[in-house]
Design a binder for this molecule. Structure first.
Ligand SMILES: [Zn+2]
Ligand SMILES: [Zn+2]
Length: 559
């Protein structure tokens, strides 16, 4: 092959960085790095649906680009075990058979998840300090401190330079496991030269430093030492270190620990099996034994710190928990803060608990929670150590990304070197240069509703929204040989408060009955035709009376 015939692409090979999720949102983190015929992926998370997405269970990234380029994918590296980083793995593996790399504890959580979904996987364990090769990429795993143990940052050596991805982190000088972030390694990487830094923006708008997990220990210790009440404490199910502190404090104060909530039970089992959680013998008790234990000898560690509707704490607050009835003399500690969007659910739970006479301690009252994400001064340290040529703020909503960009600028970075984009943008880097390409890849939110992935589109959502606003009336009747044998009956859902509007519904029913009788008397017996006529009549009646248009569903049957 002569020089001129050589494919052009060979000479101008670029590193392409494509965020498929995690920009302008907290959730579904996923980043694609592509060079020539190699692709590696960082994280594969899910997001929780927002209020507009009615009936949607989870939201996952759009995998279209990966499916189209599946032969290039060398592996997925997972930074840590939070759902916004691992939650979409089962869905990815249903489409693509790709190897997954992460630390022992993270793989423990992933394995548990895959078992639930009955998906097979090619999992590879890596440890901090390890270097793995994925095609042209050389990936160094670096231990970080975050609110789940065994978290990683990644230093990715590419043919055009190093890309440093922080994962989620904070700088905790006194972490519970005694293993702080290796700042000297970061400084060394900075000296070797970093082309692009991608860093966690969650707390970029917060001044100062995020306090150490140690602070929570101190606050909880004070509470544990000074109360004789039964303690019920809600934490994030993945926060192994905090669970360890609580178990230790319980043991030190002569209390037993019971675990409530499936995800919490899973976490304790996985973390203990893998040696990340040490539980003193005799400390754990089964939930069905708690009635035999005096209040001042018991701690119940539970899920539900976000007020999630089906979680154990919410069920306790609503008198729907099988083993725990909240009563005066209980102390409930929320060792968490509400994730943006969950504030209302959390405050509902707090109010219900208080109504039942429990003393509720949450983060406004005592320092029962610290964030796992770096605040602005910690971010400045990371930028200063790594001295990147280019910077892409990731893991955050618009306000977080902007705050992080401002931090970079305040440290002297030229704003043109800040890669500010959105999911689906393609950034191209060649040695010393970066730009946003005109090309974009599909990166919308794929909604998962039960077993259906991506089959609920905007039209279905519009219907659900309409139903939620206007309500629904089912109009039922049974016929036999041209005679009405049962009904008509009206059942309303979400339309009017039935007790107050009994008369109204009865009136509406009479209108339908009258219309039906008229049809039958005049010899019209076709149920579909009658359904249409009655539906129209009912719609007009309701609109005249209420100026509302609920969805009307006729169920007319020949029996
Ligand atoms: Zn995250
Ligand atoms: Zn995280």
């Amino acid at each position: 092959m002569t020089e001129s015939l050589r494919p052009k692409v060979y000479k101008s090979r670029k590193l392409r960085v494509i965020p498929l999720g995690g920009l302008h949102e907290i959730g579904k983190n996923m980043t694609v790095l592509e060079y020539g015929s190699d692709i590696m992926i960082v994280d594969c998370g899910m997001a929780f649906p927002d209020d507009e997405m009615l009936g949607i269970d989870v939201v996952i990234p759009d995998f279209t680009y990966l499916i189209e380029n599946s032969e290039k994918i060398r592996g997925v590296v997972i930074t840590h075990a939070h759902e916004d980083h691992i939650g979409a793995i089962p869905y990815l593996l249903q489409k693509l058979n790709v190897p997954i790399y992460s630390t022992r504890l993270t793989l423990g959580f992933i394995r548990n998840k895959l078992r639930e979904y009955e998906v097979d996987a090619d999992l590879h364990e890596i440890a901090p300090g390890d270097e793995i090769r994925l095609g042209v990429f050389k990936v160094e795993a670096i231990h970080t401190t975050h609110s789940v143990a065994d978290s990683l940052a990644l230093c990715i050596d590419t043919p055009v330079g190093k890309v440093f991805h922080t994962g989620d982190f904070k700088i905790d000088y006194t972490p519970v496991d005694g293993d702080p972030l290796d700042l000297s390694r970061l400084a060394a990487i900075g000296d070797e030269g970093v082309l692009l830094l991608m860093a966690d923006s969650t707390n970029a708008a917060r001044k100062g430093y995020t306090p150490s997990e140690q602070q929570v220990g101190i606050a909880l210790n004070n509470i544990f030492a000074s109360t004789k009440k039964r303690i019920i404490i809600a934490i994030f199910a993945s926060n192994v270190h905090r669970a360890q502190r609580i178990i230790d404090m319980a043991a030190a104060n002569g209390r037993k620990v019971a675990i409530s909530g499936r995800s919490m039970e899973n976490m304790v089992r996985i973390a203990e099996e893998l040696g990340y959680l040490e539980i003193p013998a005799g400390t754990l008790v089964e939930m069905n034994q708690i009635r035999n234990i005096p209040d001042d000898r018991l701690v119940i560690m539970t899920t539900g710190s976000q007020g999630e509707p089906m979680s154990a704490l919410t069920r306790m607050a609503n008198n729907m928990h099988r083993q725990v009835q909240i009563r005066p003399g209980d102390m409930v500690i929320l060792s968490s803060t509400a994730v943006p969007g969950n504030e209302k659910m959390v405050s509902n739970v707090v109010n219900s608990l208080m109504e039942k006479g429990a003393e509720v301690i949450y983060n406004d009252i005592a320092e029962t929670h610290v964030s796992g994400h770096a605040s602005s001064e910690e971010l400045k340290l990371i930028h200063t150590l790594l001295k990147p040529q280019y910077f892409m703020p990731v893991h955050g909503e618009m306000k977080h990304l902007i705050a992080h960009a401002e931090i970079a600028e305040s440290l002297g970075m030229d704003s043109r070197r800040i890669l500010f984009g959105t999911n689906g943008d393609v950034f191209e880097l060649i040695r010393g240069k970066a730009k946003k390409s005109k090309e974009t890849v599909p990166a919308g939110a794929v909604m998962v509703d039960g077993l259906g992935i991506g089959d609920v589109g905007s039209s279905v959502l519009n219907e659900r929204r309409y139903l939620s606003e206007a309500g629904l009336i089912v109009m039922a009747a049974c016929f036999e040989n041209g005679h009405l044998v049962s009904g008509p009956q009206l059942i309303s859902k979400g339309f009017v408060y039935v007790k107050e509007q009994k008369n109204f519904l009865e009136e509406a029913r009479e209108v339908v009955e009258e219309e039906l009788m008229y049809c039958l008397d005049s010899g019209r017996h076709d149920v579909n035709a009658m359904a249409d006529i009655c539906k129209g009549r009912l719609r007009n009646f309701i609109y005249e009376k209420t100026e509302r248009s609920p969805v009307i569903i006729p169920v007319f049957m020949e029996v």
